[in-house]
Design a protein around this ligand. Structure first.
Ligand SMILES: Cc1cc2nc3c(=O)[nH]c(=O)nc-3n(C[C@H](O)[C@H](O)[C@H](O)COP(=O)(O)OP(=O)(O)OC[C@H]3O[C@@H](n4cnc5c(N)ncnc54)[C@H](O)[C@@H]3O)c2cc1C
Length: 409
């Protein structure tokens, strides 16, 4: 197994995604002398960008460090469906956590999805954001009975959503499935435009953006610092780790493992090929299919996840085979669509055994906070991470988010 800490952007994804077209070069400064700040954020993907935006909003002196170009790590490989529905259904959380706790976790995720949309709108961020419903489709393993049970639990938890039977799915979406849950509150974006714009907002409030690899992390009870590969030190009151799936060894956890996912994006389609309301589609299945549209009427479809194949060359060698499979699935889902892949890519994907990320204090390192272990809701959870981390730094103890902590049992 390769060293997770050294996963660079070429390891994180292969092939090409449509978002790279809109990436700008973010100016990063090479640090010439050791400095001091309130918070140093390591990693400038969507997680680091959200954290930097939030902390500078609170007037903190923030430095952000990235060893490569911001936004071009896992963020550029994302299909960027901002769902509040978690990879693990509410009914499974009810079994593992009890109803009240499970409902709270789902409501926290829903609040994060709407908080992120409100932030994009407040800051007038140009990232092709659209609010759209999600459509959770039944599969052979999880049919109408299971979806109905899920719907009832969601309703009890105060979450939005409508149960669609076979006929309703067919008449409203032209899709041949036994059932689906349609819910409001989700959105989609261009994730690179979003993360780079958030960094620009943070920089306009005084955040300093540096290039360099943080290789030495020191966080005692009273102070914290990182050392960059050029030997310069950034001392801070807090270190925030937002290095995505590149995990320093001291944050590794038995909860977390790496997987791979593949996705394609078609050329712009005829209007008739686009399904109603540009719904975000995903399946009630372990290795689910997910699909969305874009503002320029393309279709993105992904899935084919593998937990056994994580080595980057092996993963990327499968892009052609997975593309064919995804195109065949697109034809089944939407026969009207032109089954052509203009972009095809593969990406590393983090998973935890309970499908929740690890956010908050890094065990044994008092002045270090981290945000890791994102599955399908990576970006929604990055927003949640920025709020939990912001509150901790501002002295507010968020025990209501214990289900996301590094040390949960
Ligand atoms: C195929 C695919 C589809 C996905 N679809 C979705 C989806 O639809 N919805 C969703 O919400 N999520 C989705 N995700 C997950 C989402 O993309 C990730 O959760 C998210 O992009 C992680 O962002 P990040 O900022 O934490 O990591 P990254 O974007 O990888 O950023 C981390 C940064 O840290 C830097 N770095 C690492 N180590 C160091 C170091 N030691 N020193 C300095 N810099 C360092 C890296 O260079 C990198 O720029 C998907 C992921 C994949 C692969």
């Amino acid at each position: 197994m390769f060293d997770l800490a050294t996963l660079d952007q070429d390891d994180l994804h292969g092939g090409s995604s449509p978002w790279a077209r809109h990436a700008r070069r973010v100016p990063l400064v090479h640090l010439q002398q050791s400095i001091r700040c309130d918070v140093v954020v390591v990693g400038a993907g969507i997680t680091g960008a959200l954290v930097a935006e939030h902390l500078t909003r609170h007037g903190l002196d923030v430095c952000v460090v990235d060893r490569e170009q911001p936004g071009l790590g896992s963020t550029v490989a994302s299909t960027a469906m901002l769902l509040w529905e978690i990879d693990k259904p509410l009914r499974e959380f009810v079994i593992s956590h009890g109803f009240e706790r499970a409902a709270q976790i789902y409501r926290q995720s829903a609040a994060a999805a709407s908080g992120l949309q409100a932030l994009i709108s407040d800051l007038k961020i140009d990232c092709n954001a659209r609010a759209n419903p999600s459509l959770y489709l039944s599969t052979e393993e999880n049919g109408p009975r299971i979806l109905l049970e899920e719907h009832e639990l969601r309703r009890r938890a105060g979450l939005p959503g409508e149960y669609l039977d076979h006929q309703a799915v067919r008449s409203r979406f032209g899709m041949a499935r036994e059932a689906a849950l349609m819910s409001s509150g989700s959105a989609d974006v261009d994730p690179v435009m979003l993360s780079q714009s958030l960094l620009a907002v943070a920089a306009s409030r005084g955040a300093r953006l540096f290039d360099g690899q943080a290789s030495d992390f020191d966080a005692s009870a009273t102070e914290a610092s990182i050392e960059l590969d050029n030997g310069k030190i950034i001392a801070a009151k807090w270190i925030v780790l937002a290095t995505g799936y590149a995990l320093p060894d001291f944050v590794r956890s038995d909860l977390h493992s790496l997987a791979s996912s593949w996705a394609i994006c078609t050329p712009p389609q005829q209007l008739s090929a686009i399904w109603p309301e540009d719904a975000l589609i995903w399946e009630a299945s372990e290795s689910y299919l997910y699909a969305r549209t874009t503002v320029d009427r393309r279709i993105i479809i992904g899935g084919e996840d593998e937990t056994e194949i994580v080595e980057p060359n092996e993963r990327d060698a499968l892009i052609a085979v997975k593309t064919e499979r995804l195109l065949a699935k697109l034809q089944r889902l939407r026969p009207e669509a032109m089954p052509v892949a203009e972009f095809a890519w593969a990406g590393a994907f983090g998973k935890t055994i309970d499908s929740l990320p690890m956010i908050g204090r890094v065990p044994g390192r008092p002045r270090m906070l981290g945000a890791y272990g994102y599955g399908g809701n990576g970006i929604t959870f990055s927003f949640l991470a920025s709020r939990i981390i912001g509150d901790t730094i501002n002295g507010i103890d968020r025990t209501d988010y214990d289900a996301f902590s590094f040390e949960r049992d």
